[in-house]
Design a protein around this ligand. Structure first.
Ligand SMILES: C[S@@+](CC[C@H](N)C(=O)[O-])C[C@H]1O[C@@H](n2cnc3c(N)ncnc32)[C@H](O)[C@@H]1O
Length: 333
């Protein structure tokens, strides 16, 4: 019987060709290359296999004339051989391709192929082109919690922290993602109620407690805190020494303490509007008081921010300078 125009002549290499087709990965490669031109690296991602394994299969396919290659610079793009390969190979492929394309392996490969093609659509200089616009398009998150919790995950887990003189919870909101337990202390029941309301919006990943009490008789056990902050509080106190001795007692050995304070200023209206006892405090005085209370490693850090209270609703805000003082309790009792 003579061969028709669509039937390949019997070939001496038929057994070899059948061995090529007898491998599931090679069939998956042929199915992918029948759909898209891909590089070897892209093929490896589509197959979810190591590039070295894939290149072994490609070598076999190449030896049997089942690949077409197109070089662009140093990149080689691969495609199934189609009409350029042997007629027998083309005929075999035509026979097996429909069942490979409808099989479960190819469904998973096709999902990864879609990812590979999507990634290819991003030009290499994409970020150079959009950098100026990026924050308006791409740096948008619902609450910012994801960023805070990512940063916090670098810290040792299980931290017990306190916001001392927490007021309405301004510092506590920043502290909460860092702590596994956060204790907010204030003498004012009304301020604590505001803080509780303001911290309600945070996800319940940190156990937050609110305790009413005075700073010079803290409602905290000895050595119970890993760290504490006191934000904009010292300038309210008559007895800063008594409060700082209490903070030292409540910290564990090696525990850290940070004070955010107002530098001296002349806005006397803050006494009436904000209840301030002192018009800011000199850094030297805060450092001395911390050292006298028994803190070690006391350092002043400048901060590029301003406290901006308003004398009245319609009046321009002030811009009062701030500083941070950090210190720690001696590591050994
Ligand atoms: C200016 S607010 C600061 C609030 C908050 N830390 C902040 O950074 O916004 C001062 C807070 O300290 C509290 N406070 C003042 N003296 C205190 C004391 N002796 N004991 C406990 N809390 C005190 C007040 O009730 C007030 O809520």
């Amino acid at each position: 019987m003579s061969a028709s125009s669509t039937t390949a002549a019997p070939s001496a290499d038929l057994p070899g060709l059948l061995r090529v087709f007898a491998d599931a990965t090679r069939l998956r490669i042929l199915a992918l290359l029948a759909r898209e031109e891909l590089t070897a690296g892209e093929l490896a991602r589509c197959l979810d296999q190591a590039p070295s394994r894939v290149s072994n299969h490609l070598r076999v396919l190449r030896e049997h004339d089942l690949l077409q290659e197109r070089r662009v610079g140093t990149t080689i793009h691969l495609r199934g051989a189609g009409a350029s390969g042997s007629a027998l190979a083309a005929q075999l492929l035509e026979t097996v391709l429909p069942s490979i394309l409808s099989g479960p392996d190819h469904e998973a490969d096709a999902g990864r192929l879609a990812q590979v093609l999507a990634a290819r659509a991003v030009p290499e200089d994409f970020f150079d082109r959009v950098a100026g616009e990026y924050d308006k398009r791409g740096a948008l998150f619902a609450s910012g919690q994801a960023r805070q919790r990512t940063v916090a995950s670098l810290l040792q887990p299980g931290l017990v922290l306190a916001d001392l003189g927490c007021g309405t919870g301004y510092m506590a909101r920043a502290l909460a993602p860092l702590a596994s337990r956060l204790i907010c202390v204030d003498q004012s029941e009304a301020m604590l109620a505001e803080a509780q309301e303001n911290l309600r919006a945070l996800p319940p990943t940190t156990a937050v407690e609110f305790r009413q009490g005075a700073l010079d008789a803290l409602p905290l056990d000895d050595a119970s805190l890993d760290g504490a902050v006191m934000g904009m509080v010292l300038h309210h106190l008559e007895d800063a020494h008594g409060a700082l001795v209490e903070v030292l007692r409540a910290l564990r050995p090696g525990g850290t303490f940070a004070v955010l304070e107002l530098a001296p200023h002349r806005e006397a209206w803050v006494q009436e509007t904000l209840g301030d006892r002192h018009l800011g405090l000199p850094t030297t005085e805060v450092v001395r008081t911390l050292e006298r209370a028994g803190f070690q490693d006391v350092h002043v850090e400048p901060v590029d921010d301003r406290y901006c209270p308003r004398p009245g609703a319609d009046e321009a805000p002030a811009a009062l300078p701030l500083y941070i003082v950090r210190a720690r309790k001696a590591p050994t009792p």
